[in-house]
Design a protein around this ligand. Structure first.
Ligand code: ZN
Length: 339
């Protein structure tokens, strides 16, 4: 009960990638980089175990970014043809590659780090993949000319990858869809259909992560425009509740999301963000416990998984570790109260 987990990414060691940076450039090259990614994956697993996290992740140590890591394994994308594009409804600019031909998966993308992590932990293991709508929002396209067709092409490639990860013994496949919080009409019209295609045939637990983004300035500024109550989830939760996805990971701690919206997810697992990733301040276990209790008013304990709000990639490593320990300690407090 109240098994803890993380949204996905952890900071990378400074010898692997530039610290405190999103889209951080690698510090290694060639075979040494390949080995470094795997070494950092084992380290990330062990650090989560030491912190007391129940459902561990690979920490996304082998990918530069949660979207483009997967895209590197696909044909049909020209990574040399970079375009600066406003993403998430122009909230911030990113340099993105371009789709120039049919999307096809060349072969396993994340097998190496997933298999290695699986071999190094007896904990439950969650693996994250980008969701189709968020990929479409993070890439330029001169081939398909149609967002829905492009999303379905990515969904098919994701599905093959997800089924292979499941076969490796992954317990939870999570699709990251921060774009779900930006394009509410499109989520209803085709976003969830594409997501379900990506998850088709999976028998392990499936989760979709939606959020208000990392703690970077563009997101912090955007949040200031959203008013006293962030009600975006009010539109997406009923659509997700009707979907075949098993759970939803959402931001709670230090946010203005009215937690009673969680009731709209009846029947789903809820991965409730009890750790703020937009602050360097490490939460006390009591603070985390209070966040978990607040979520428990709206979701039964056997469906609640205390989690981080979002990826921790841009944080300092010691801050991230402190937050993981606080998460585990906070959940332990609430478990004791319930037993
Ligand atoms: Zn997120």
């Amino acid at each position: 009960m109240l098994e803890t987990t993380i949204a996905g990414s952890l900071p990378k060691p400074a010898w692997l990638a530039k610290p405190l940076t999103l889209w951080a450039p690698w510090q290694l090259e060639g075979d040494v980089l390949t080995q470094g990614k795997l070494d950092a994956t084992v380290l990330a697993i062990k650090e989560q175990e030491d912190a007391g996290i129940d459902i561990v992740s690979d920490g996304e140590q082998a990918r530069q970014h949660f979207v483009h890591g997967f895209l590197r394994g696909l044909d049909g994308i020209d990574f040399e043809r970079k375009v600066v594009m406003g993403i998430r409804k122009d909230r911030y600019k990113a340099e993105v590659p371009t789709v120039t031909g049919p999307i096809r998966r060349r072969g396993p993308v994340h097998r190496a780090e997933a298999a290695l992590a699986r071999a190094h932990t007896t904990h439950k293991f969650k693996f994250t993949l980008p969701g189709p709508m968020t990929i479409v929002d993070t890439i330029a396209d001169v081939h398909y000319g149609d967002k829905i067709k492009l999303a379905m092409a990515f969904a098919e490639a994701l599905n093959v990858e997800a089924l292979e990860l499941e076969a490796l013994g992954i317990d939870v496949v999570q699709f990251d869809e921060p774009a779900f919080n930006v394009y509410m009409d499109e989520v209803r019209d085709w976003g969830v259909v594409a997501l379900e295609r990506a998850a088709q045939g999976l028998r392990c637990k499936t989760v979709v992560h939606i959020c208000y983004g990392y703690g970077i300035k563009a997101n912090a500024d955007w949040k200031q425009t959203l008013g006293a109550e962030w009600r975006q989830y009010e539109l997406t939760f009923p659509v997700l509740a009707r979907s075949r996805i098993g759970g939803v990971s959402l931001e709670c701690a230090n946010s203005r999301v009215p937690l009673d919206l969680i009731a709209l997810l009846a029947g789903k697992d809820v991965l409730a963000g009890a750790i703020d990733v937009a602050s360097d301040q490490v939460e006390t276990p009591d603070r985390v416990a209070a966040n978990i209790r607040a979520a428990l008013k709206h979701v039964p304990a056997d469906r609640l998984y205390p989690c981080t709000n979002c990826g921790m990639a841009p944080l300092a490593r010691d801050v991230a570790m402190g937050k993981l320990k606080a998460l585990a300690a906070g959940a332990a407090i609430v478990r004791r109260e319930l037993s």
